[in-house]
Design a protein around this ligand. Structure first.
Ligand code: GLA
Length: 777
């Protein structure tokens, strides 16, 4: 009897192994041929759902994969996040949320293929684009280039990653169909040697058989395209699909076509309007691609959450991303299918093979509310400063071996006249300046703030500059993003402009670590002797709350300032009163029945130390005065005007000026469009006297008006390096314009203009006027 039972179990096990590899039985192959992808020799259209394992609570991985399967997808596309896997140089972590092997195995068990995008750089609105902060300890490091140390560390990480997942490629009988080399390198530079090096590292660890590809934009993919890699395009909802692939079709008529990132929505930034993208436009794009046999990955199909301090920041300028990565995706941040999901499911159903049916939608989660409660204890930062280090010069936090958190620089001032300017170059990212313990003001990197006027003081007054770091930039050249104060602090006399640097600092490190916060001295809030009329003190707050039966909830932090939330030891994420995100998503499995622990570190101090759990998220509530950046510059002193005209249609347009302009501010006034639409500008580059693009890093843009009726079409979009986003004035603005502040006086000799990506380039500008200060003599 026992033997029969054992045989039965063995048969069951054998069957389950077969089921696990059902999509790719035995040794399989994934190749290209005759303009198609071929899975085991058969034509195959990739319908991929982009999902990021560290952004989804592990307990919900299976649920979310099942949701994408029920949507009609056949593949999961994922990045790997180097900095999550190697938090300390040489120490790798593939456990818990980082267990990528388990995630890929779950995809396989659900009959899904996998596309692996191992970076090393991934962008993804993730801290530093996935690169570990500790790389910045090497001062002269050249990130994403042939810097020997950078490449050595990439090799080590890829080796560790391949140890986890290298045997899961399709040629080993696993679910991984293909592997991406680097990420949109065209938006960073031109360096085929570097791309070759990354390709070779990946080949060393995954072998010669697996299909490898590189993704870029249709406007720049040839810059770094290697002959032996497949080329795929990235573009978003609304884009003109034929024009996106036209150059690729000419260059490689036999290549299968794939949109490797079809953007379903967009990401949110602190202090900017919530982003959405039209559902019908997204469906139409997917429908068109499928009707033409084009493969795609829907970025994001489910975005999830930037837990803890993992949210990145965009540049040019500095725009930190919020904690939610909801992305206006078909499956929302907390795993609920949206209207987009239902519409897309109907569309994908049309393209099923005869006889196939979609699996049912898995059971959905019912969120709970948590009654408003007060946090009872506080550890005010002012009474809890750690032992300071001494340093004669200013250094960023990486130099003190700290990656995340806040840092305070303190010193004694000389006698300072009223009206003297304190110059802080540069505060990364949010500085509070105190003289003799009194708050003088804030410097917010988002606004390019670097100066503050001092009230005047006696010799020996104490200066404290408390700097909080938000996410490191994940896009463009500015990813080498040190935190704290990165250059110097100086006093500038307004009368004679004399600048004197301030040296001899005491440096206090306030790491973003739960163990650090917990080690502080807490006291009952009620015991605070001071009277707080505006805010309670900056510092850590602790409390407990009761939960009946745990499920998902959304913690409302709208009465808090700026900081980080921890629940039961889980780093939930950053909050900031300016919004648009006001609630933080807390997954049910991270709550307990009975008593739960909450810790909030607030660098500004809350108005009320109270919290409540809602059954719904608030992601679109801006709490700043005048989100719309009204024009700030008087146009009358931009006296020199120039008229230009452009041809119709999609794609970049370039115009050299017949004269050069010497100016700091340049106004662009669209005069006429090719259609009846309001004018739209996706990107602008100003060119110098030699026709080279002027660096946009220090530029800021304001506009006469900004349209928020169909999404976030703010002025900043014209320099955000993203070709799918654009500025559009509101419909009532009859003489719209944008003003670019170049940061300093420059010579401008031309312009490059990109209209919207959508078919017919809606709002494409036919003629415009340019204003600057003076014609160059
Ligand atoms: C690019 C990047 C992605 C992501 C999107 C925007 O396509 O490749 O990582 O940053 O932009 O969400």
């Amino acid at each position: 009897m026992k033997i029969i039972k054992a045989i039965f179990i063995i048969i069951l096990l054998a069957l389950s192994v077969n089921y696990a590899t059902a999509s790719t039985p035995g040794k399989s192959s994934f190749k290209t041929g005759n303009g198609q992808f071929l899975l085991n020799g058969e034509p195959f259209i990739i319908k991929a759902a982009e999902l990021h394992y560290p952004r989804i609570p592990k307990e919900y991985w299976d649920h979310r994969i099942k949701l994408t399967k029920a949507l009609g997808m056949n593949t999961v596309c994922l990045y790997t996040f180097w900095n999550a896997h190697e938090p300390v140089e040489g120490e790798f972590d593939f456990s818990g949320q980082n267990d990528i092997r388990e995630f890929i195995k779950l995809c396989e068990a659900n009959g899904m293929n996998v596309i692996l995008r191992p970076g090393p750089y991934v962008c993804a609105e993730w801290e530093m684009g996935g690169l570990p902060w500790w790389l910045l300890k090497k001062k002269d490091i050249r990130l994403r280039e042939n810097d020997p140390y950078f490449l050595e560390r990439v090799e080590k990480f890829q080796e560790a990653l391949a140890r986890e997942v290298g045997d899961l490629t399709i040629d080993n009988g696993g679910p991984i169909l293909m592997i991406q080399v680097e990420n949109e390198y065209g938006a960073y530079g031109e360096d085929k040697d570097y791309i070759r090096n990354i390709r070779d590292i990946l080949r060393r660890h995954y072998g010669e058989d697996i299909l490898m590809f590189q993704c870029d934009w249709s406007s720049n993919f040839t810059a770094n395209g290697l002959d032996d890699l497949l080329w795929t395009m990235n573009f978003g909802t609304g884009a003109d699909i034929d024009s996106q692939f036209s150059q690729l079709k000419q260059l490689r008529p036999d290549s299968p076509l794939m949109c490797s990132e079809f953007w379903s929505g967009w990401f949110d930034k602190w202090g900017a309007a919530h982003e959405t993208r039209d559902a019908q436009d997204m469906i139409a794009g997917i429908d068109e691609m499928l009707s033409k046999g084009i493969s795609f990955s829907l970025y994001m199909t489910h975005g999830g959450t930037n837990w803890g301090h993992w949210a990145g920041a965009n540049s040019p300028g500095y725009s930190p991303d919020v904690t939610s990565y909801d992305y206006d995706a078909p499956i929302n941040e907390s795993g609920q299918p949206t209207e987009k999901y239902r519409l897309l499911r109907n569309t994908l159903e049309k393209y099923l093979s005869p006889g196939d049916t979609l699996p049912g939608i898995p059971e959905l989660i019912s969120p709970i509310s948590i009654e408003r409660f007060s946090l009872k204890e506080v550890a005010p930062l002012a009474y809890n400063m750690p032992e300071p280090l001494k340093d004669s010069l200013i250094h960023p936090m990486e130099d003190y071996d700290m990656g995340f958190g806040s840092i305070q620089y303190s010193t004694l001032l000389p006698a300072v006249e009223e009206g003297t300017i304190l110059e802080v170059s540069e505060p990364h990212d949010y500085a509070q300046v105190f003289v003799d313990g009194k708050l003088i003001g804030m410097l917010d990197r988002r606004n390019g703030d670097k100066e503050i006027i001092l009230p005047g003081n006696r010799e020996g007054a104490r200066l404290d500059i408390l700097v909080e770091a938000t996410g490191r930039i994940n896009f463009g050249r500015a990813i080498k993003d040190h935190k704290g104060i990165t250059e110097y602090v100086a006093l500038k006399n307004q009368n004679d402009n004399k600048v004197s640097e301030i040296n001899d600092w005491e440096v206090y490190l306030i790491p973003d670590q739960l163990s650090f916060y917990e080690s502080l001295n807490f006291l009952p809030i009620a015991a605070l002797s001071e009277v707080f009329t505006d805010r309670l003190p900056r510092g850590a707050y602790m409390g407990t709350f009761e939960v009946g039966s745990p499920s998902d909830t959304f913690i409302d932090l709208s009465s808090w300032g700026k900081g980080l939330l921890y629940i039961n030891g889980h780093a939930i994420g950053r909050f900031w009163e300016i919004g648009p995100q006001q609630t933080l998503y807390v997954p049910g499995p991270w709550l307990k029945e009975g008593e739960n622990e909450i810790l909030i570190f607030d660098i500004l101090g809350p108005q009320k130390a109270e919290v409540e759990g809602l059954t719904y998220p608030i992601l679109d509530s801006l709490n700043i005065k005048g989100n719309v950046a009204k024009e700030t510059k008087d146009l009358t002193d931009l006296s020199y005007a120039l008229s230009l005209s452009f041809p119709d249609g999609n794609g970049w347009k370039r115009q050299k000026f017949d004269k050069r302009i010497e100016t700091r501010f340049i106004a662009i006034e669209p005069v006429e469009t090719f259609d009846a639409e309001a004018p739209a500008i996706a990107e602008i580059y100003l060119l110098d006297e030699n026709g080279n693009r002027i660096d946009r890093e220090k530029m800021t843009v304001t506009a006469s008006s900004e349209d928020f009726s169909t999404g976030n079409n703010s002025a900043a979009k014209i320099i955000d390096l993203q070709e799918s986003t654009y500025w559009r004035p509101d419909d009532y603005d009859k003489s719209p314009f944008v003003i670019i502040d170049l940061g300093s006086v420059k010579t401008v000799g031309g312009i490059e203009y990109l209209p919207r990506m959508e078919t017919g380039a809606p709002g494409s500008v036919k003629s415009l006027k340019i204003y600057g200060s003076s014609e160059l003599k």
